[in-house]
Design a protein around this ligand. Structure first.
Ligand SMILES: O=P(O)(O)OC[C@H]1O[C@H](O[C@H]2O[C@H](CO)[C@@H](O)[C@H](O)[C@H]2O)[C@H](O)[C@@H](O)[C@@H]1O
Length: 269
């Protein structure tokens, strides 16, 4: 299998222009380094600075397995267009909220079935999200197979009502079948994203749906960290990616200044 080319050495930030690109960024493992507990994450100050600058220059949306309200909390004071819970909810650039309708009964039954297993095994964690439950085993990696078995049993009776999405030390049990790829396509049909070249960076299995959704286009897809991927480029980790975002923001700012000098005005996104 051929090696995925490096984002840093293959694509200089100068190759991007604010008038033609749309940025889509995953959250955990891409913007926020992985932490022991879902609540313990923090977006490094330089990443926040780069995001704030880029959001002024180009259409930018977050695509995450987290609920949008969590993203807003971790990215405060920024409130960006975002897709949460792997595509189940979406906030457009104009603030409109879109939710995929879901049946909560199956999810509730799974919650009840998983709770005793989690109580019996300290270190396991059930994260409750709108339309999804995530079973985390980062603190008990030796229980990975037992968790998978428990989730298989708990979801078996619910057929297509639920989808199990494996991630980094987590099994996300989600109502319905929406994906980040669906959310990305929806953004690309709306202002201010429509007609632009998509750039999407993500680190996890769930990001592969968006990488695949973009395969047929001229999109730039970037896998953050190691692992099999359908992405076209790779970046070593969130630290390196933050540096790259910062240099992209600087490039965009200097293009904007040039534009102001030439045309005497700012685009004022
Ligand atoms: O799509 P993402 O933005 O990458 O979100 C995927 C899941 O991220 C969170 O879990 C992951 O990050 C935690 C904090 O670093 C880590 O402890 C956990 O092991 C990871 O799986 C989040 O808690 C999930 O809800 C998201 O689905």
């Amino acid at each position: 299998m051929s090696e995925t080319p490096s984002l840093l050495t293959s694509l200089a930030p100068t190759a991007f222009h604010p008038d033609s690109i749309a940025l889509f960024l995953d959250f955990d493992g891409t913007l926020a380094p992985i932490a022991e507990h879902p609540d313990a994450v923090a977006v490094p100050p330089k990443t926040m600075k780069a995001l704030a600058a880029l959001a002024e220059q180009v259409p930018l949306a977050i695509l995450s397995g987290r609920p949008i309200h969590d993203l807003d909390r971790f990215l405060s004071p920024l409130m960006l267009p975002a897709a949460g819970v792997h595509g189940l909810e979406r906030r457009s650039a104009d603030g409109t909220i879109h939710r995929v309708p879901i049946a909560d009964d199956a999810l509730e039954a799974v919650r009840e079935a998983l709770s005793p297993f989690v109580m019996k095994n300290p270190g396991l964690l059930l994260e409750h999200k709108p339309g999804s439950i995530a079973l985390h085993f980062r603190k008990r990696p030796e229980l990975a197979e037992a968790c998978a078995e428990c989730v298989r049993e708990a979801t078996a009776a619910h057929g297509d009502a639920l989808t199990v999405v494996p991630g980094k030390m987590v099994l996300d049990i989600k109502a319905g079948a929406a994906t980040k790829g669906d959310a990305l396509r929806a953004f690309m049909n709306e202002a201010p994203f429509v007609g632009r070249r998509a750039f999407f960076a993500g680190d996890d299995v769930t990001d592969e749906a968006a990488f695949s959704a973009l395969q047929a286009s001229d999109a730039i897809t970037v896998k953050i960290g190691p692992g099999e991927t359908a992405a076209r480029y790779r970046c070593a980790g969130p630290e390196t990616f933050a540096e790259w975002l910062m240099s992209l923001a600087r490039t965009m700012q200097s293009l904007e200044r040039e534009n102001e000098l030439t045309h005497g005005k700012s685009k004022g996104r």
